[in-house]
Write a protein that binds this ligand. Structure first.
Ligand code: PMP
Length: 397
């Protein structure tokens, strides 16, 4: 049963048990309607209740829904940003961010008959930013491994770039920008030219702690399947000046074709209900947002997630000194709180570690297939007791 195992999956990953129990009830009989949540029209009053809140409850802004209001509260998102719920996962955002930013820029240069598309600056720190970069610039070579972050003095941004893009937490490699803004490895917000849209992939650290300098970003996006809910819905927090009519930009020329599903304005104008949305993931993520708010929000989560990561890295560093394991990310300040990557030392040891882990109730610890090794993901629903239990196994190994 759930209580007997410790699930360290990198995503889809564990969700709060109380939320899943409520979702299980809703799956069969939502709000005593006799209908399951996956059997409700996305335009009917019952589903409207899920996304807009209880009947009569007002959140003030048109198209503003309860899940949106809750997310705004949790992350302090100002009204100059739209909050969208998109489909197609994080991967679809690799192109969406570029297409919308380029369309907005083209409209700003409406009368320029010699318009040339801008340079796009990517900070490539791991597998996911590498994929996003490849999608934007087809001719790239794939770096073989990522084990640290650049330092402040290693960045050089293009003055008039179309965008600056980074991935806050590299899920596969276990690299994350430190929260401490005085660290030399912190993301150098002040070095990004002021007029250049800053885009961040927050897929695997979303809602694990507050977002530093949220208002310095033009777009922040995150797939749901780590801390928010089941896969199938992606949150996009986008500055409202980027909600542009991409068809108009296409008519001017000099921008790529934008499929309608990639246009942020369409989603915004339709309250994220342009077409049939993934209703069940939306339902569960609405429950998770309520759960997070009722538990006091992101400051408490930052403290507990920081402590979980500290415990595990401390145990791994000690085991490393004993010659048993090796942390993949050498620079401590670049280590992810959410995805802890390490390797065992010695022939046949990895299998022994994983077999022993499995026997002790630890699940989904195998590293991503592209890099191997071991990865323990410590998302919000992974308890500190699960982390302590894993530390005991590392010590005993
Ligand atoms: N970015 C990051 C940081 C990810 O971890 C992932 C996948 N988990 C993606 C992008 C791609 O997301 P998806 O699988 O939802 O397309």
């Amino acid at each position: 049963s759930r209580t007997e195992i410790h699930n360290f999956a990198a995503g889809p990953s564990p969700l709060p048990t109380s939320v899943l129990e409520e979702a299980a009830r809703g799956l069969l009989n939502y709000g005593n309607t006799g209908m399951g949540v996956c059997e409700l029209s996305h335009r009917g009053k019952e589903f409207k209740g899920i996304i807009e809140g209880a009947e009569g409850e007002s959140v003030g802004v048109s198209h503003s829904t309860r899940r949106e209001a809750n997310l705004r509260k949790l992350l302090n998102i100002p009204s100059s940003y739209a909050v969208l719920f998109a489909q197609g996962g994080g991967t679809t955002q690799f192109s969406s961010v570029v297409l919308n930013v380029l369309a907005a820029r083209r409209l700003q240069h409406r009368s320029d008959s010699e318009y040339t598309p801008p340079v796009l600056d990517y900070v490539v720190t791991g597998s996911w930013s590498s994929k996003a970069y490849s999608e934007a610039q087809p001719a790239t070579t794939k770096p073989s491994s990522f084990t640290t972050l650049p330092k402040r003095d290693e960045y050089s941004f293009t003055k008039d770039a179309g965008l600056v893009y980074y991935c806050e937490n590299e899920t596969i490699n276990g690299i994350e920008f430190p929260l401490d803004q005085s660290s030399p490895y912190a993301f150098p917000f002040d070095l990004v030219p002021e007029n250049v849209p800053l885009v961040a992939d927050y897929s695997s650290s979303f809602l694990s702690r507050p977002i530093p300098n949220l208002e310095r970003h033009a777009i922040i996006y995150a797939g749901a399947q780590k801390n928010l809910g089941p896969s199938g819905v992606t949150v996009v927090i986008v500055r409202k000046d980027l909600l542009v009519d991409t068809a108009e930009a296409m008519k001017l020329g000099g921008v790529p074709v934008v499929p309608i599903q990639n246009e942020y304005k369409i989603l915004a104008d339709n309250g994220s209900l342009y077409n049939t949305p993934p209703t069940f993931p939306i339902y569960v993520s609405a429950l998770v947002l309520e759960h997070l708010l009722s538990r006091g929000g992101l400051d408490g989560l930052r403290d507990i997630n920081g402590e979980k990561a500290r415990l595990l890295y401390e145990t791994l560093d000690a085991a490393e000194r004993d010659g048993k394991v090796r942390c993949v990310v050498r620079e401590k300040e670049a280590r992810s709180w959410m995805n802890v990557t390490f390797e065992t030392v010695g022939e046949g040891k990895e299998k022994a570690f994983l077999d022993g882990a499995e026997a002790r109730g630890f699940r989904q610890l195998k590293g991503h297939r592209s890099v191997g090794g071991i990865r323990a993901s410590l998302y919000n629903a992974v308890t500190i007791d699960s982390v302590r239990a894993l530390c005991e196994w590392i010590k005993a190994f």
